[in-house]
Design a protein around this ligand. Structure first.
Ligand code: SF4
Ligand code: SF4
Length: 90
């Protein structure tokens, strides 16, 4: 399934709190998060990772960016309070 098909199955109650961030002081500028994100929400600016301002609306909460960040610069947690992604099935 490609990203476009997957996003058709997703409903999102947009979280009103931050659940994903990168510590620019810790970031080593490897670009792994930029490469792995299926929604293209990361870019490098000044050799540091920068997250899209509207990530709360677009992030699939897959955690891939967090997993591939070998220096631990990315903090990720699932949004609380029933907010965030709901994947429809069937
Ligand atoms: S959790 Fe997934 S969709 Fe969200 S920013 Fe990270 S890689 Fe992209
Ligand atoms: S994966 Fe981590 S170290 Fe690499 S650019 Fe992204 S935030 Fe920085």
């Amino acid at each position: 399934m490609n990203t476009r098909d997957f996003t058709r199955l997703v409903y999102k109650d947009v979280p009103d709190v931050d659940f994903l961030s990168a510590d620019r002081g810790t970031c080593e500028g490897c670009g792994n998060c930029v490469i792995i994100c299926p929604m293209f929400l990361w870019k490098l600016e000044g050799k540091k990772a920068l997250l899209a301002e509207d990530y709360e609306e677009k992030c699939l909460e897959c955690g891939a960016c967090w997993q591939v960040c070998e220096c631990g610069a990315i903090s990720f947690d699932f949004p609380g309070g029933g907010k965030g992604i709901v994947v429809k099935y069937g």
